[in-house]
Design a binder for this molecule. Structure first.
Ligand code: NAD
Length: 301
């Protein structure tokens, strides 16, 4: 098969140079300092984009920006704070000649992953507020300020948010997280209806489990009931290679598609497609990247 470097007739496939799909475009990626966001930033840069990383992690964001070169910069931005989001957009516009083509709402938090957080009987209003502020309000503010920058230029634009399979099905995450991801899918549809008049497309991507610091820290917590009071999102540490491999094995076991391992790059490829002109007639869509899981009845035993 062609993915082994051979075409269907057994002849070697000659690699052709990869076309740059975001050449000259300007993109903002929230939560771009690590995990899925980092993979999006790297792929966007590979495809010729100038990228602004908007994140609360100054150290990781600055380090990634300087490693990737002058076409990448970092701006500190808490997506749940409107002034920060407005400032990140201003920063991109002032640095790149008033241009903004792509806005990627990727920043997110999972919230507490304990048994209590997963039961409606012990639903916690404070936790709900905290998670919704980052994931749902953050995405809405991103859509607002991206659209305010894109619409007057009359050059279209693409807003891509990272939702989750927990934005499609129940039973996959704590209540606050599930509600926040369903909210992103809804916001995407609403904003697409309105912004289509300006040629701005609005879509989202819904990943299944990717072995990022977020997921691995949650998995650790899920195996430790004593961690019930830990503030998970503020205490995320870099996972070891061994933990990444173990997590990937768990996800491979759940996916209905057997063979490939789901990597941050796979999510980034879907985001790239929706960000680029190749998807120019697609708007209001939720592109699920899950190895078939949400279409299967055997999700979790
Ligand atoms: P991660 O925790 O590894 O990375 C998240 C990044 O967002 C970090 O750089 C963090 O500093 C930043 N961030 C957190 N809060 C922020 C805020 N208020 N403002 C700005 N930046 C903030 O997580 P990840 O797994 O890479 O997740 C990225 C996105 O993908 C999230 O929206 C997440 O919900 C979604 N997602 C992840 C998975 C998965 O399995 N990892 C599955 C489905 C969806």
């Amino acid at each position: 098969p062609s993915h082994h470097g051979w075409d269907g007739n057994g002849a070697a496939v000659v690699p052709t140079p990869m076309p740059k799909r975001l050449d000259g475009k300007v993109a903002i990626v929230t939560g771009g300092a690590r995990g899925i966001g980092e993979a999006i930033v790297r792929l966007f840069v590979k495809h010729g984009a100038r990228v602004v990383i908007a994140d609360i992690d100054d150290a990781a964001g600055e380090a990634l920006a300087s490693a990737l070169g002058p076409q990448v910069s970092f701006v500190r931005c808490d997506v749940s704070v409107e002034e920060d989001v407005a400032r990140a957009v201003e920063w991109a516009l002032s640095r790149h000649g008033g241009r903004l083509d792509v806005y990627c709402n990727n920043a997110g938090v999972l919230g507490r992953q304990t048994r209590a957080a997963k039961s409606i009987l012990s639903f916690d209003a404070g936790e709900f507020d905290r998670v919704l502020r980052v994931n749902a309000l953050g995405a809405a503010l991103g859509m607002k300020h991206a659209a305010l920058a894109m619409a007057p230029r009359r050059a279209g634009g693409s807003i891509v948010s990272v939702a989750s399979v927990a934005g499609v099905l129940g039973g996959l995450g704590p209540h606050a997280y599930t509600a926040s991801k369903h909210a992103i899918v809804g916001l995407t549809k609403n904003a697409a209806c309105e912004l289509g008049a300006h040629g701005i497309r609005v879509n989202c991507v819904s990943p299944f489990g990717v072995a990022t610091p977020m997921l691995i820290n949650a998995w650790r917590q899920g195996h430790d009931d004593g961690a019930a009071d830990a503030d998970l999102d503020l205490d995320i540490t870099v996972p070891s290679d061994e933990e990444v491999e173990k997590m990937e094995e768990v996800v491979r076991g759940l996916a209905t598609l057997k063979g490939p391992t789901l990597r941050p790059r796979d999510i980034a490829e879907a985001v790239l497609f929706l960000a680029s002109d190749e998807s120019r007639y697609i708007s209001g869509h939720n592109l699920v990247v899950d190895g078939g899981v949400t279409t299967s009845r055997n999700l979790i035993g």
